[in-house]
Design a protein around this ligand. Structure first.
Ligand code: MN
Length: 485
């Protein structure tokens, strides 16, 4: 992510004279360099903008730079905002308005009008804020001294999300099946997703994949089996079954790379003609390497998973499905038929072979493990409301399994909701959240809200502040707003 760049643009004007402007430029560079050290991306001071023409030129550079994922703006001095209108209209990247200062404290003993003229972000940033608000532009406002740890943490999170937003535009999903028959929530408008998120979602008959599977060599399988042996415990003597999964993994990976760089994969247990097993271990290991995965034709989750994996640095993130509750203790056990990412493993994953009651295929190999705990995680669903996409973000706490579950033949996660679980489960139902989610222990609710805002879509948050009657009203208001957008 450090290859990605966020440019720092400082707003000013010519009125101040060369001396002050030289200070503004020098301070801005110093601040950008300091901030850069703390960011997951590279932050670079670009220029001090003093006219409409300069801002247009800077924005053209920002837009054209493939590595640039966003800009940070700040007005050290006053910057008349009419000169920002044309440039901001052209801006195609996310913007963070960092309401900061070169100085933390006032120099009480020496402060004079020269200092006031040179250090008036409190004043200049408001003029800038007005025009951004007037233009109805999405932007993130972060307030604080530029060396303040809390402000830097917020800025680092925003930079990560801006990089995720740019990554989203590159996401391609390879779909070996259409949606599962009769299922509604995994449906959606792929053209809208292409326009809004940049996702290219393409279908291939599973037979095309079977041709790749048939071409995998024993030597390639040996190499991947050696990799498995390093990472996982072999808990079965049915090695042929495991080798079959290794073949699938090699074939899917090669297929995705050959066909133009797919980073999302979709299959369906009911559309496997030519394959003996449902890909389980294969998909689990591919998720551990950064692929997003959606089951039963769920391309939205595959794409969202790939984006969230990128933002999370390929840790603690993957497909999840709410399975079954412990209603007494307010807990949920999440899992899937097979395909739970080993990024969620708290125990060393064990390769096991068990029958699969659904789909009518041979017993598949899969990784079995207990899930990680994390005090703050998110479960995210994306649904198509017919006239827009809705992102539903729920705060959850991942916990250790309260008891061993020796007969559970899959990897799983357990979580509790962060407040009254009945109310929060109800909120998920009212919002229309899907059973499939992407869970991440590395991303926050705020990260997902910021991403949703960059995408310009409806975002619904379910957390400890959710009050069910207000929540239902908010959904109604939101519906009116988004219908008219
Ligand atoms: Mn499912």
């Amino acid at each position: 992510m450090k290859e990605k760049v966020v440019y720092w643009l400082t707003g000013s004007q010519t009125l101040y004279g060369d001396d002050v402007l030289a200070h503004v430029a020098q301070h801005s560079k110093e601040m950008a360099d300091y901030v850069n050290e703390k960011m997951p991306v590279t932050v670079k001071y670009l220029t001090t903008c003093k006219s409409s023409e300069e801002i247009i030129a800077a924005v053209k550079q920002v837009n054209a730079d493939e590595n640039c994922v966003g800009i940070i703006t700040w007005c050290h001095t006053f910057s008349p905002a009419k000169m920002w209108i044309k440039g901001l209209h052209m801006l195609q990247k996310p913007m963070c308005h960092f309401a900061t200062q070169y100085n933390e404290k006032l120099p009480y003993d020496t402060i004079d009008m020269d200092f006031m003229n040179e250090n008036q972000a409190a004043h200049g940033d408001r003029e800038f804020g007005y025009i951004v608000s007037r233009l109805r532009m999405d932007n993130k406002v972060i307030v604080g001294y530029y060396k303040d740890e809390a402000a830097l943490k917020e800025l680092a999170a925003w930079c990560k999300v801006a990089a995720g937003y740019a990554f989203s535009k590159t996401v391609k999903v390879c779909r070996f099946s259409d949606n599962m028959r009769n299922v509604a929530v995994t449906e959606g408008d792929k053209v809208e997703a292409h326009i809004g998120f940049g996702w290219e979602v393409d279908y291939y008959p599973v037979g095309d994949l079977v041709e790749y599977v048939e071409k995998v060599t024993e030597k390639e399988v040996d190499a991947l089996m050696a990799e498995y042996a390093k990472k996982y415990t072999m808990g079965t003597d049915r090695v042929d079954v495991v080798r079959e999964q290794a073949k699938y993994e090699i074939a899917i990976d090669k297929f995705c790379k050959d066909k133009g760089g797919y980073i999302g994969i979709v299959d369906h247990f009911g559309a496997l003609k030519g394959l003996n097993q449902l890909p389980g271990l294969a998909i689990q290991d591919l998720q551990s390497k950064g692929y997003g995965f959606g089951a039963e034709g769920d391309w939205k989750i595959a794409a969202l998973g790939a984006v969230m994996q990128y933002m999370a640095g390929q840790k603690g993130t993957g497909l999840m499905e709410d399975y079954t509750y412990d209603l007494k203790d307010g807990l949920c056990l999440g899992a899937h038929m097979l395909e739970v990412s080993p990024q969620f493993a708290a125990t060393k994953p064990e390769i096991q072979v068990h029958p699969l009651g659904i789909g009518g295929k041979s017993d598949p190999a899969r990784l079995v493990f207990e899930g990680i705990s994390a005090p703050e995680a998110v479960a995210v669903s994306m649904i198509d409301m017919g006239d827009r996409m809705r992102l539903i973000v729920q705060k959850i706490e991942l916990i250790k399994y309260p008891k061993k579950m020796p007969n559970l033949p899959v990897g799983g996660l357990m979580w509790k909701y962060t407040a009254s679980s009945a109310e929060l489960v109800a909120a998920w139902r009212y919002a229309g959240g899907a059973p499939h989610t992407v869970v991440s222990s590395q991303l926050s609710v705020q990260d997902m809200v910021d991403l949703g805002n960059m995408w310009g879509i409806e975002v619904v948050v379910i957390d400890e502040h959710t009050e069910i009657n207000q929540f239902k009203k908010d959904l109604m208001y939101s519906d009116v707003i988004w219908k008219n957008k």
